[in-house]
Design a protein around this ligand. Structure first.
Ligand code: ADP
Ligand code: MG
Length: 696
């Protein structure tokens, strides 16, 4: 057996390595910068860089890279070697503090959503001292933020860090009001659960749709899907198990807390959960997890599909973003606690989250919007596009009792008074039963389940952090002025709950009744990305993000453009891929089959005396459907060509949603029909049954 303790973090320049390798004063100065954000002197940076380089070289590294997260959803890196000429024809290995702290990168090839036009093309990467450097593939990776020359954020990390600061600042104000003297910071904690599919790599390469778009654009449903529910938590196939073992080991080396692995609902679907840590590190680690999933799958002859809906009619993949806030002294602020004082504080934070989710439901929806996730949200296995919250019966009853001033009708039936009585204990497992809620309280954290499997979790957490920070601010403003803290606190909890309880729904979110009920309650139902995104550039959104210094107004507009543009581009590539597959593979297959049928029919007729009804029937059916196929592919080609005339970004996206998507669906229908009648040996693509059951 491998020594996990030894493996874990072995490739990370973590606190233990720092302590061992840095002079005491340098270590102290670095820690101070890490925890308090104080300026890092160049002299300290030089010493740290040198120690990092020595450590990395000992571990076999030859290069270093500033690793950052542009607005593409993936990560970016540019490798430089440590070598430097020594003057006598040889080299020395060098790495300076300047190189560690700041890098220059051409920003012009990354999405900037208009920022490029107004700002210099030059971009800077700046060391994120709060996320440890690590070695991967012989390179020292330095997590960095990425911004333009004039300081506009060009990445996902910068606003995430800013939003964490906002939560810290506002919740500390509340903690102070409760007399907390020990906490110095409040940290947002996140534990993501990642779903994915594994299929055979050779089959993957035979499907241009998977190669170009990450999902199947055609494919009839197999006779067996997930109906028998025999895959969920089923035993792992040897190839999958080997893959998972290697993945875990590589993640552990990088200090990633890979914890739980299991088969998911759909055939070929799996999940990996990480143990929670700070939102920033968790985001870095989730990016690493997705990247390693892909590269390690390849090594095992597998392809890892991270798309939200790789197979129509089969469960899609999401990412459950478990979120909470905790003090630097380790107190989870969403943990009810055991004394009246802790309970009151818990209730205040709880109703703050309720208010934040209700008031900014549209922004949460935006944070989970993409062309890929449009196939999933509202599907039968995923939360609907309506944002609501699940609290569980016990907690809801408690809040109801508090609101009305009536007795709590739980087991210990008694009058509840905020700040005076102890909350009755509500078992954690009962709060975890609802799997249909997009935003569920699960005992001591919230689980945001709308996020798509390909997403960087930075986006959803930026929104979660900022909307809660805003409500914490409002609460702190009120309570700081209060002359009677306990009674004002109680009335704040009550009135907030009363005003925002419409967002709470403990029932089945997949039911049609809920859609009607949500409408009656005035909740929004933004069904697709194009409907959702404009909320991001609303006045309310701009005020929120600018007030908390998370985004500037320019940054919001640029991101909105990138998201809309991403939506159109995704669909554009999908539509072109469909056309190419139909013209290059599917029509020729239909022709080949018809040709053989026609030849046989002809031969039989010439010989005479045979029944030709089968050939004639098939030929007629395929011929008819092929004509329809030609019409539909032509229709799609025409709308693709029409789309080029539309300049304005929202109109462009609307065109894709209203014209291209329906044309793609129509084309798919006929291709899927053909798949079921064209003989297998002519069909040019591996079919669903083969893809989903390809790994044994
Ligand atoms: P289970 O669902 O198996 O009961 P948990 O509910 O403990 O497991 O955790 C599910 C996910 O939530 C894990 O990724 C875990 O690390 C994460 N999580 C647990 N506590 C917190 C917290 N305080 N903040 C953020 N994430 C958390
Ligand atoms: Mg979960």
């Amino acid at each position: 057996m491998k020594d996990i303790k030894k493996i874990f973090g072995s490739m990370v320049f973590n606190d233990i390595v720092m302590q061992a390798r840095l002079p005491k004063d340098i270590y102290k100065a670095l820690k101070k910068t890490m925890s308090q954000g104080t300026h890092l002197e160049l002299d300290v940076a030089n010493k740290v860089a040198n120690a990092m380089k020595d450590w990395a070289v000992e571990k076999g590294a030859t290069h270093f890279t500033h690793w950052f997260q542009p607005m593409t959803g993936t990560t970016a890196e540019k490798h430089d070697s440590f070598i430097s000429p020594s003057g006598d024809g040889r080299i020395i290995m060098e790495f300076s503090g300047k190189e560690l702290v700041r890098g220059e990168s051409d920003a012009s090839s990354f999405p900037s959503g208009g920022l490029r036009a107004t700002f210099e093309a030059r971009g800077y990467t700046v060391w994120d001292i709060t996320s440890y450097a690590f070695i991967k593939d012989g390179t020292l990776y330095i997590p960095t933020a990425f911004c333009s020359y004039s300081g506009e954020a060009l990445d996902k990390k910068t606003p995430l860090l800013r939003s964490m600061e906002a939560v810290d600042k506002q919740s500390m104000r509340i903690l102070k009001l409760f007399g907390n003297k020990s906490a110095r910071r409040v940290i947002t904690t996140v534990g993501p659960e990642q779903e994915y599919f594994l299929i055979d790599h050779d089959m993957f390469l035979e499907r241009p749709d998977l190669v170009y778009t990450g999902r199947t654009l055609f494919g009839a449903r197999p006779p067996k899907g997930q109906e028998l529910e025999d895959h969920y938590f089923g035993c792992l196939k040897p190839r999958v198990s080997d893959f998972m073992k290697e993945l875990e080991e590589e993640l552990w080396k990088l200090g990633v807390y890979a914890k739980t692995k299991h088969n998911e609902t759909a055939p070929a679907q799996h999940e990996l959960a990480l143990i929670f840590t700070t939102a920033n590190i968790s985001t870095d680690h989730n990016q690493l997890t997705m990247e390693l999933m892909k590269t390690i799958a390849n090594k095992h002859g597998l392809a890892c599909l991270l798309h939200e809906k790789p197979f129509a009619g089969v469960n899609g993949s999401g990412k459950h973003n478990n979120w909470s806030i905790s003090t630097d002294t380790g107190t989870n602020l969403l943990e009810p606690g055991e004394t009246p004082y802790e309970n009151a504080q818990f209730l205040l934070f709880l109703v703050a989250v309720i208010k934040a989710v209700d008031e900014y439901q549209d922004l949460l929806r935006v944070s989970a919007a993409s062309a890929g996730n449009d196939h999933r949200l509202g599907g039968n296995e995923a939360p609907p596009a309506i944002v609501s919250m699940f609290l569980g019966d016990e907690l809801t009853e408690i809040l109801e009792a508090l609101e009305s001033g009536s007795d709590y009708h739980g087991k210990e039936k008694h009058q509840m008074e905020i700040g005076v009585t102890v909350l009755p204990h509500f078992p954690k497992d009962t709060t975890d039963r609802n799997r249909t809620s997009p935003f569920a309280f699960t005992g001591n954290k919230f689980e945001f389940r709308m996020v798509g499997s390909t997403f960087s979790i930075a986006g959803p957490n930026i929104v979660l952090n900022t909307v809660t920070a805003e409500v914490f601010r409002q609460f702190a403003d009120i309570l700081e002025k209060s002359n009677n803290f306990t009674s004002d606190l109680a009335s704040l909890v009550r009135t907030t709950y009363k005003a925002h309880k419409r967002i709470i729904f403990n029932g089945n979110n997949y039911s049609e009744e809920w859609v009607a009920e949500a409408k009656r309650r005035g909740l929004s139902n933004l069904e697709n990305t194009v409907d959702a995104l404009p909320a991001f550039v609303s006045q309310k959104s701009i005020e929120l993000f600018t007030q908390h210094h998370v985004y500037t107004e320019t940054e919001i507009h640029s991101r909105y453009e990138i998201l809309m543009d991403g939506y159109c581009k995704t669909l554009h590539v999908e539509a072109l891929t469909m056309v190419e597959m139909v013209n290059g593979q599917i029509i020729p297959a239909c022709i080949d089959y018809q040709n053989d049928l026609a030849k046989l029919l002809d031969r039989k007729k010439r010989i005479g005396g045979y029944d030709t009804s089968l050939e004639a029937h098939l030929l007629e059916q395929i011929s008819k459907k092929s004509t329809c196929l030609l019409k539909r592919v032509t229709d799609l080609e025409n709308v693709i060509s029409d789309s080029k005339d539309i300049q304005e970004i929202l109109a462009h996206a609307c065109f894709y949603r209203d014209k291209i998507v329906p044309a793609m669906s129509e084309l798919r229908l006929i291709v899927d029909e053909l798949e079921t009648i064209v003989a297998k040996k002519y069909w040019p693509l591996p079919i669903y049954g083969e893809l989903l059951y390809s790994v044994v």
